[in-house]
Design a protein around this ligand. Sequence first.
Ligand code: ATP
Ligand code: MG
Length: 416
Amino acid sequence: MSEKLQVPRGTYDVLPQDADTRVALEATARRILEGAGYRRIETPTFERTEVFARGVGASTDIVQKEMYTFDDGGGRSVTLRPEGTAPICRAYAEHGMHKLPQPVKLWYLSSFFRSEKPQQGRYRQFWQIGAEALGSDDPAVDAELIVLLATLLSELEVGRVRLRVGSLGTLDARHAYRERLQAHLRDNADRLSEDVRSRIELNPLRAFDSDHAGTRAVMAEAPLLLDQLDRADAEHFAAVRELLLRAGVEHEVDPTLVRGLDYYTRTVFEFESGKLSAQNAVGGGGRYDGLVEMLGGPATPGCGWAAGIERILLASDGLPVAPAPVDLYVAFGGAQQRRAAFALADEARRARMNAQIELAGRSLKGQLKHADRIGARYVAIVDDETTVLKDMQTGEQFEVDAAGVVARILRERGMR
Ligand code: ATP
Ligand code: MG
């Protein structure tokens, strides 16, 4: 035997028992999001690198060090998608979605790729569910999206959720603030961690994320963007908060909330779960009023979020896991009955029953044991002349004409 192969570091297999849970999660998400008018979108697994370089921002961790970028074989640079918002804005521009009634409301559930150090809740291929609304800057859009994510997390029984919200103002306000913050960091450079010091020019906002003691002390005295919003931005933020309170969604205002993507304007938010330790962010998002334009489309406001499936699963107190029930197990004694047995299983499936047939050549006794183990409701034992139908719940047995088995089960179960 040659060496056993394993999945690459930071990736994992979704095994059938886990897939059942994910199907339940997806069904809940679809019900909530489609109920609110969001429609599914699926963009390609890889995009032209430009989409992320321009969209996510050259100074971000994602673009600086987390992207899987390669040549497409024809001299063009492509990248495995590290996130979903920039591709959706690219699609909005590419397909002229600004001509549709606005806002265009979309959702997705897809896998994403980031070259990160793998650990609990942090993988190199991971899954996100996300929602985006493009084409309106109404604060009700922001509030609706936040409420939908809060509802989703609550229905998925994600425990001990904390929601933080903030506002970054317009891009202009942010740029002016950025310079003020850089000046503050430069004035205190000797107290900062080396990492933060080296990124004063590139990404000063990230300093709020540091857990280095000296840096934290400097940041405690730093000017706050939230205190310097212009009037329209402050009113927008107040309107979002007002709607959240009306909807009963508890939240804290965090003026230091920074998210790892450059495209945010105005509202930003993040949901954490106290059930997770280090990687405690379950999902987050915000408004990105300049992004579509940055990707070559018309000036279009937008807002959205993404939540990590693995972290939802880790933080969830209980998701329904129910493998499909087995209505009928078709057993048979020997090779000469296989054709009749096969036809019966097929007929049952066409009648919308969940039917399985013996596939491993077990003895009749072994087949009954197996049918019991997988929870089959009925077993049909196919013989030359007759078929015996056994009700596994009551233990009752009936002899049925081969052509009448499916009809008999349907009648017994009151399905007709
Ligand atoms: P973090 O601060 O944990 O790195 P992030 O800010 O990079 O998160 P986003 O880009 O906002 O995360 O992505 C939204 C959500 O996707 C996160 O809240 C998290 O649940 C999930 N997520 C992000 N990166 C990963 C990863 N490498 N593995 C698993 N889930 C992830
Ligand atoms: Mg990250």
